[in-house]
Ligand binder design. Sequence first.
Ligand code: OOG
Ligand code: MG
Length: 254
Amino acid sequence: MKLQEIANTLDDAAKKAEAVEQISEKHQFDLEQAYDIQRLSIDNRKERGEKVVGYKLGFTSYAKMEQMGVHDLIWGILTDEMTIKSGETVDLNRWIHPRSEPEIAFRVGKEITNPISLDEVPQYIDKMASAIEIIDSRYKNFKFSLEDVVADNCSSTGYVLGKWQDLKADSISDLAIHLKINDEIVEKGKTSAILDNPLKSIVELSRLATEAGLKIEEGQVILAGAATAAVYLKPNDKVESELEGLGKVAFEVK
Ligand code: OOG
Ligand code: MG
């Protein structure tokens, strides 16, 4: 089994918006190889001119773990191609079976090159914002093993950011967050659902990314992981996420 071939398969599936069989159906591979495949698929994107703009964590809340049946924290890479502007309307055809989820985003104020502790987070993160992540597993039926989803860059496909605001590290661990679709609340949670405190996602990422030899650069975005389950998108949906004290962010699909 060639890792590059698998990376190409997943990359093509994303480009064509066509689902593929789970890789684990045919090949045995471990978590380390899964991250290698993820990196190779990001290299393909870089060769097409995409730029890495940040990172996302996954399965940092129980709601997400239970929904998808995967109980380990995972991380993936965001590129500029995945950026959706606040208020933008996106064509659903660009995806396979997209779901949206409410998130909190952080902005890196100072490069992270080593694992950092929770107390050190405010030295490295300067801003926070309300966010929506759009995930679109490249696997049929949105079903995968831990290794499958990691190889597939953790279903990453889009993210929308609200206005950046100064980080208030002591007051973000218990904020209400919700997702509205067409003005109706469809998912409700608390930021405490994200590892008890969403800043812990930065501690985790600092360890995982630097162990993998990456630097988390100034200006990059970190999505801490959804506090609630994700919801499938339908044509003409208006999606809005609101985070207590941080405001709203929205986008639409057609
Ligand atoms: C994997 C990505 C999980 C999150 O916020 O937990 C994730 C998936 O559910 O397809 O982005
Ligand atoms: Mg997410």
